[in-house]
Ligand binder design. Structure first.
Ligand SMILES: NC(=O)C1=CN([C@@H]2O[C@H](COP(=O)(O)OP(=O)(O)OC[C@H]3O[C@@H](n4cnc5c(N)ncnc54)[C@H](OP(=O)(O)O)[C@@H]3O)[C@@H](O)[C@H]2O)C=CC1
Ligand SMILES: CC(C)(CO)C(=O)C(=O)O
Length: 336
């Protein structure tokens, strides 16, 4: 990757939209930033620009970006950043494929286990294993290719509060990592560009450890918040629910370690960090309230499935998976 002149954010929702606005404002005249969005949110972006309220800000950032729901209207891009949820990636494959040239890298901002997890994975004994639950028929593996991907873990709370308008709940940061762990020229270039746009970025040589460490929180809080409609702070101040969170965290840690990850953070430290996040509505609760499909498989289903692969029992996660799957089905039925 020589230099980056074009960036498309595909799925410019809460996180993707915030990243797009910062890139468009911070890299003006240096990079062309465009977004793929849809529905009322796309109309909001077109009409008023992408508006982003940073935590504690008195006025929003407003970025004018080229916005479309048809990726074929855009030229191939030097960098694609996906802000889609894990369960939305498969349907976006044809559009994503139109944005690729030989050297395009794709940064995937995702919670949970990503479809490319075992690519260049030397630690689990399952290198290059494809995950059917996350990538049915191998469409992503074949059309995007795991070798293009750079993993991204987001420590940034965000919500689309109105069409085209995003509110950030903290001054967050993002961790990037090549699946191989290498400090490639590509990842250095991308991180430098994101930093230049004012985004807090670090690079990890062990991105899977970062994925699991974040997932200790999401595998617990996201489904429990959807099942109870509680904010994270409410879950933490309820002794029975916070004990359940601890049980899920222990299960996630055990699965991670049995697949060769090393988690520097203990369950107690992870609980303490979650306590500090405060009255945040998780992304899964946001989707439930909006009548949208829930991101269950990457966050909960994979803890159970990879636990099975690794021979680790996950009884609490399995119970939560059954409950939240039924909730999702019923929620979608009611939403029509
Ligand atoms: N929000 C948060 O606080 C955090 C989220 N994350 C993770 O980051 C990832 C992104 O989450 P988040 O930003 O919340 O997601 P959002 O739901 O806010 O954004 C996804 C966007 O992509 C759009 N989209 C989906 N499919 C298509 C398509 N085929 N074409 C065009 N647009 C499409 C969605 O539209 P529509 O709404 O119509 O479906 C939506 O606007 C997830 O994995 C999430 O778990 C991580 C940390 C925090
Ligand atoms: C809970 C939170 C905000 C933690 O960053 C998150 O990752 C999500 O809502 O999916």
């Amino acid at each position: 990757m020589a230099s980056i002149k074009t960036i498309c954010i595909y799925g410019a929702g809460a996180l993707g939209g915030a990243i797009a606005a910062k890139l468009a404002l911070g890299l003006r005249e240096q990079v062309t930033v465009s977004v793929v969005a849809r529905g009322g949110h796309l109309e909001g972006i077109r009409t008023h620009g992408m508006r982003v309220w940073e935590a504690g800000a008195a006025s929003p950032l407003v970025a004018r970006v080229t916005a479309t729901d048809d990726a074929a209207e855009l030229p191939p891009q030097d960098l694609v950043i996906t802000g889609l949820k894990g369960h939305q990636l498969g349907a976006a494959v044809p559009g994503l494929a139109k944005l690729l040239h030989a050297g395009t890298r794709v940064v995937m901002v995702l919670n949970g286990i990503p479809w490319w997890y075992f690519h260049r994975d030397e630690q689990s004994g399952h290198a290059e294993r494809q995950i059917e639950e996350l990538d049915p028929n191998g469409d992503l593996w074949r059309s995007i290719g795991p070798e293009r991907v750079i993993g991204c873990v987001a420590y940034q709370g965000a919500e689309v509060v109105n069409p085209g308008e995003i509110r950030l709940s903290n001054n967050g940061h993002f961790v990037l990592g090549e699946p191989s762990g290498e400090a490639t020229g590509d990842i250095e270039t991308i991180a430098a560009l994101l930093k230049q746009a004012g985004i807090n970025i670090s690079i990890s040589p062990r991105i899977r450890d970062e994925i699991w460490s974040k997932l200790m929180g999401n595998a617990a809080f996201n489904p429990i918040s959807a099942l109870t409609r509680a904010l994270m702070s409410d879950i933490m101040s309820n002794p029975a629910l916070s004990a359940m969170v601890g049980q899920v965290m222990n299960e996630v840690k055990a699965v991670a370690e049995s697949l060769g990850s090393r988690l520097a953070i203990s369950v107690e430290e992870r609980l303490e960090r979650s306590r500090q996040i405060g009255p945040v509505r998780t992304s899964m609760l946001q989707d439930l309230l909006a009548g949208k499909a829930l991101e269950i498989t990457p966050l909960v289903g994979m803890v159970v499935a990879l636990g099975r692969l690794a021979g680790v029992a996950t009884p609490t996660s399995s119970t939560i998976l059954a409950l939240v799957t039924q909730l999702d089905r019923e929620n979608l039925r009611v939403a029509g």
